[in-house]
Structure formats: C-alpha cells, structure tokens
Design a protein around this ligand. Structure first.
Ligand code: GLU
Length: 318
C-alpha cells in the first residue's frame, strides 16, 4: 500500500524501508499491543515504507486456536493494513533449519531444566532475566542435524567479546556484553526454532529494515544482534518503546480489567476513541483533539513526543 503523504519516499541506500507487525497468537490483542503497533505502522507509512504482518506461531503452550484470525480482524477494525499476504512462522521452518546449520560451530546441546539454571544462578534478583551459567558447555552436537538432537535445547556459545551494540531510535545508544544479560541463549528446543533465532532469521529474510517493539525485549536484543552478525545479515534499525501499564505500574494484564480490543468493540467503544486515546498518550494529539482514522495520524507521527516513561492506562482516557 502506498500512502500519499506528500513527502519523498525515504529509503536506506535505495531500498524501501520495511517495518513489521509481529503478534504472537497467545490471545486477543490488547491496548498495549496496539500502541506499539501504531508506532510501527505510522513510522513506515509516514516515510512511504511498507509494513508486513508476521504471525509468530511457533509452538508455544499459550497459543490459542483462531487467535490469528481474531487479531487480524481487530487490526483491520482499527484501520491497520499490511503489504502482501500475512506470513506464519510455522510455514517458514526451512529458513530456521538453514540458519541452524550455519550456526553449528557455536551450538551445543543442553539438558538443563529451568530449575537447574535457577539453582546455579547466584543471587538472582526479582525480575532479572534468567542468565544461563554455561553448565553444558563443551558438549558436542555430533554429526546429526541441529534439528535432530532429540529433546535437548541448543544453546549459542557467547564469548565475552560478543557485544550487542546498536543505536536504538528511541532508547538511544546501547552496547552490552550479550553474555552478561542472557548467558548462552537457546536457539532451538526439541527440534523447534526458538524465538531469538526465528525473529532474527525472519526479519532479515523478509527484508525488514525497521523493528519497533516493546522495551521489555531490550535485554534480549544484544543476543539477537550477535546472531545478525554470525549469520552475515545487516542490522535493522531498532526502536524499543515503553510498555503500557496498569495504575499499579505493572505491565497491562487481566487483573487491570479487560483491555482487549475485541471487548471494547463488543462494548460499543469506537476505533476513533481507542486511536485518539493512544495517540494522545504518544503526544501526537492534544488532550482535546480526536482523529477518525489511523491514517489521519500519519502526518502527526514522530518518535520525539513519546514519553520515556511507561504509559499508565485508565479506561477514563477513552
Ligand atoms: N511475537 C513477539 C511478541 O508478541 C514479538 C517480538 C518482537 O517483536 O521481536 O512479543
């Protein structure tokens, strides 16, 4: 889709910019997802870029049947569109297998349970990412394909030199030793690609130049940057935006009330009310302004007015 926004198409080295919406079908979309997707969609539409939709449906116990169809309905109801057909990660397994073969020199099988890792981690702090201590390092995959190592997880052996440095379009300059954040991270489990591997391979192979997502993923990004380097992909531009929280400061969840888009729709709330409230939270509208469509926000889009603090949701803002 080409939006006529009265400005030049902005490209990186002659390539059209491509952004993405990458929902997991774990349940219905809620306000938190939508605020981030608005930033992602508007960033591309305001520079003549494209937006692709990728459903991140690799096996996960929380995935719900039919959630993919429902989330597309919610997105369309709010005025989102995307270029080309949606893709499902479950249809892209061959890409992950090829990448795992290329990463083989850095991979080792690991049989540790979460509890084993917790026990080995010294003084973990609440909310800290579980850092793998390297217990299984030194084990070999052998000659089998990385996808055929049985029930084991495959971990990527990081060195102290593996820094995930990038300039985040919102969070600023980032440079962390990946090993300090996650430790050797899982790229596949029981023959199935893990999130970290799949997201990097997909974004790179789909030509995504711009990644906008919640800043909860910021600590996982250095590991992803290392994968970009090892797989020889060029790094996309990252933008990690603050999450939406409830009044207690915790990430929006069921206990904060029902903030699912489908529930608002069923209760007679309009797309305009939701879009306007979220646009105000990003500083694109004044407190008294409203918009009727998502496209009306294209000319208002800027990252500069989005507050650095998480956005505290309250239904009274509708
Ligand atoms: N599917 C992931 C999620 O919904 C997206 C992660 C990402 O944007 O990299 O959290």
């Amino acid at each position: 889709m080409r939006y006529n926004v009265g400005m030049e198409v902005v490209t990186y080295s002659g390539k059209t910019r491509i952004g993405r919406l990458a929902p997991s079908p774990t349940g219905a979309l809620h306000l938190g997802n939508i605020r981030t997707f608005m930033v992602a969609w508007l960033q591309m539409r305001s520079c003549g870029g494209q937006v692709v939709l990728r459903i991140e449906d690799l096996d996960h116990p929380k995935h719900k049947a039919g959630a993919d169809v429902a989330l597309m309905e919610d997105l369309r109801w709010l005025g989102f569109d995307w270029d080309g057909e949606p893709t499902w990660q479950s249809q892209r397994l061959s890409y992950y297998h090829t990448a795992l073969e290329r990463l083989r020199p850095w991979l080792y099988p690991c049989f540790c349970s979460r509890a084993d890792i917790q026990r080995a981690q010294s003084a973990p702090h609440p909310g800290e990412v579980l850092r793998y201590p390297g217990t299984c390092r030194g084990r070999a995959i052998g000659v089998v394909s990385p996808m055929n190592v049985g029930k084991a997880a495959l971990r990527f052996a990081l060195s102290e030199a593996d820094r995930g440095c990038f300039c985040d379009g919102f969070a600023g300059e980032q440079c962390r030793v990946a090993a300090d954040l996650t430790g050797d991270f899982v790229v596949a489990r029981a023959g199935q690609a893990a999130y970290t591997l799949a997201v990097v391979v997909d974004d790179a192979e789909m030509g995504v130049t711009d990644i906008v997502r919640g800043d909860d993923i910021l600590p996982a990004t250095p590991a992803q940057v290392v994968l970009y380097q090892r797989l020889g992909y060029s790094l996309p531009h990252f933008v990690h935006v603050p999450l939406v929280t409830g009044k207690d400061g915790n990430r929006l969840a069921k206990r904060h009330g029902d903030t699912r888009i489908a529930s608002y729709r069923a209760a007679g709330v309009s797309p305009q009310q939701i879009l306007s409230a979220l646009a105000r939270s990003c500083g694109w509208l004044s407190n008294t302004e409203t918009v009727s469509t998502l496209s009306e926000l294209i000319s208002r889009f800027t990252l500069a007015t989005i507050p650095k603090a998480p956005f505290v949701w309250d239904d009274a803002l509708l």
